[in-house]
Design a protein around this ligand. Structure first.
Ligand code: ASP
Length: 416
């Protein structure tokens, strides 16, 4: 069985849904398991519903109405015959949303979030399933909440692999075309849970693992995995093949290619992951798999903007060693600073961090009581995997390098 994942961008409008049908017509449609995300930016719109519910109840109705209008627009294009049963199914889902919000007694944000936000995926799969069947492609709709079982740590659950495996073994037959939701699962009380934003790739990997799938394909609006982010780099190259290890390394340094959580289950069973263009489904795209490290062998560039570089030195010329480094990491962790890079010498310690939650001032106040601190905000961290001198020069060009760290395969530069 092959698992295909279509993200929000691939089903953002009626043409996207039609294109999904075209992809299946090109690649074959038997023995395929479709995992679909919410359409376009629906998850953000569902988050707005939850926010309204907690901060301004009077705005809830309009927020739900916005989501409804968006989906009815797509339905209108795909099913101009207004009697199609899909309209009723979609309205039922909206009734469930309003019903839940009317009756809910839980004050817990994360619980309510998971019960509401997942309707994005339930809507998209209901619509895509109906359109596939209308297009003469018989397809079986599965509620993924009956397959993927998780704990109850809403918004960031852990998968119960044993129960999930059991459900998959009992629920799936080979040969068919199935469609199900990305991002969702359910807990022991059968409440909906979510796997974290961007979690649909992980859904595809979980199902592939339990199905012993032949491969997973993530259909995207780019030709595959590129050696640099086209938003920041003029010239980019498609990587034809990369190893699981390379993909995890790239993700670790900040490439937004594939989430490491997605790679782990696939790597364990050596299931290849393909990243392909939904506009050119016959193009080869990128294969992440076992063996060859990276082909073609080109430098890969990753940039993280708006980082903070801090250089700490001891106040009394004493060494910065295990105990003070231990305290430092605890402070960074407590202030939710994501550490990108560290470098230490006898009496100084440099660290480049991502100040996502904006708690730098607090941290600096504490650090200044213990160390001499010099810090630079708004710096960029560049990482080059498989670097060569030309690649390094292309980055340095006119910029001030504040820190450099070189390993065998990777170089990192903090510049401003
Ligand atoms: N719809 C969810 C999100 O936007 C999950 C996903 O698309 O991967 O985060």
């Amino acid at each position: 069985m092959r698992v295909y994942k279509f993200g929000g961008a691939s089903v953002k409008d009626a043409n996207g849904v039609r294109n999904l049908v075209a992809v299946l017509n090109t690649t074959g449609k038997d023995n395929i398991f479709l995992v679909i995300s919410a359409m376009g930016k629906t998850t953000n719109a569902m988050e707005a519903v939850v926010d309204a519910y907690f901060s301004d109840r009077s705005a809830v109705k309009q927020a739900v109405q916005d989501v409804r209008k968006f989906h009815l627009g797509i339905l209108g294009e795909l099913f101009p015959e207004k009697q199609h049963p899909v309209y009723e199914k979609v309205e039922e889902l909206f009734e469930e949303i309003t019903g839940f919000l009317a009756w809910n007694k839980s004050p817990k944000y994360n619980f309510v979030y998971d019960q509401i936000v997942g309707y994005g995926e339930l809507l998209s799969t209901t619509i895509v399933n109906a359109f596939l069947n209308k297009s003469g492609i018989p397809c079986e709709f599965l509620d993924v909440r009956n397959l993927i079982k998780t704990d109850s740590n809403y918004r960031d659950v852990k998968v119960n692999w044993e129960k999930t495996q059991e459900r998959v073994n009992n629920g799936i037959q080979k040969g068919k075309l199935y469609i199900t939701q990305g991002f969702l699962g359910s807990d022991d009380n059968n409440f909906t849970t979510t796997l974290g934003r961007e979690g649909s790739d992980y859904t595809a990997a979980i199902l592939a693992y339990c199905l012993n799938a032949e491969s997973v394909t993530i259909w995207k609006d780019v030709p595959g995995v590129l050696n640099a982010d086209p938003r920041y780099f003029k010239e980019t190259q498609l990587l034809n093949k990369i190893s699981y290890r390379e993909a995890i390394e790239l993700a670790f340094y900040g490439a937004s290619v594939i989430h490491p959580k997605t790679l782990q289950p696939l790597q364990r069973k050596e299931i290849p992951l393909r990243v392909k263009s939904f506009l050119n489904p016959e193009d080869p795209g990128t294969t992440v798999g076992k063996g060859v490290k990276i082909a073609p062998e080109v430098p890969c560039f990753i940039v993280k903007k708006d980082q903070v570089l801090m250089k700490l030195s001891s106040l009394d010329f004493s060494f910065i060693v295990e105990d003070s480094i231990g305290d430092l990491f605890k402070l960074l962790h407590d202030h939710k600073m994501k550490v990108d890079l560290i470098q230490n010498s006898a009496i100084s310690f440099s660290v480049c961090v991502d100040n996502t939650l904006g708690r730098l001032e607090d941290l600096l106040d504490i650090l200044k009581g213990k160390f001499k601190v010099v810090h630079h905000e708004g710096v960029s961290l560049y990482t080059i995997r498989h670097f060569n001198s030309e690649a390094i020069e292309s980055l340095q060009n006119g910029k001030e390098v504040l820190l450099e760290q070189r390993g065998r395969e990777t170089i990192q530069l903090v510049v401003r």
